[in-house]
Ligand binder design. Structure first.
Ligand code: NI
Length: 183
């Protein structure tokens, strides 16, 4: 296993659309393992392949609080698709490992149903609610080159861009020691 460098906003790979995974093989599983190790080291909630410079459709996630239904609380989702979202929305601060130290209120659907494959090519389906819905939507956005700042209210986005231009991503303030909405 290996830690992979996380790409920071400004890197063009974060604006690219990732291509579907076609081979469920050992290199894919090694990539997923490395991404999970990288995620844990960064103390985040999820990590998309774009964020480590790989334009393939997969993300890994892990949560200490999502296991309220006895379902797995971490995973590697390959070729994921959102197949349904609730009309009901949620408000909450969202962050991203590619924007260290930046957290802004982001509106998302309250629930999201995801279909994907595991790293062995077995289909899976999962309904995320609350934090987990936010996480799934954020990661699948990444695979389409969409970033959480794209969802912000205009004044928050302006402030975020001002802070980025001022160099805050390179010198983030001390991060809060909470389970990361950062994904
Ligand atoms: Ni992110």
């Amino acid at each position: 296993m290996a830690l992979l460098p996380i790409r920071i906003f400004g890197d063009p790979v974060l604006r690219e659309r990732a291509a579907p995974v076609t081979a469920f093989d050992d290199p894919l599983r090694r990539l997923a393992d490395d991404m999970l190790e990288t995620l844990r080291a960064a103390r985040g909630g999820a990590l998309a392949a774009n964020q480590v410079g790989v334009l393939r459709r997969l993300f890994v996630w892990e949560s200490a609080t999502a296991d309220v239904t006895g379902e797995p609380w971490s995973g590697a989702y390959v070729n994921p698709e959102i197949v349904e979202t609730s009309e009901e929305t949620q408000e909450g601060d969202e962050g991203c490992l590619s924007f260290p130290g930046l957290f802004y209120p982001t509106t998302r659907p309250l629930r999201a149903r995801v279909r994907a494959y595991d790293v062995y090519g077995e289909p899976l389906e999962r309904v995320g609610e609350g934090y987990l819905a936010r996480l799934f939507l954020h990661e699948i956005d990444h695979l389409n080159g969409i970033l959480f700042i794209d969802h912000l209210a205009r004044h928050d986005r302006k402030e975020a861009m001002r802070r980025i231009r001022a160099g805050e991503l390179e010198h983030p303030p001390e991060e809060l020691d909470v389970e990361g909405p950062a994904a």
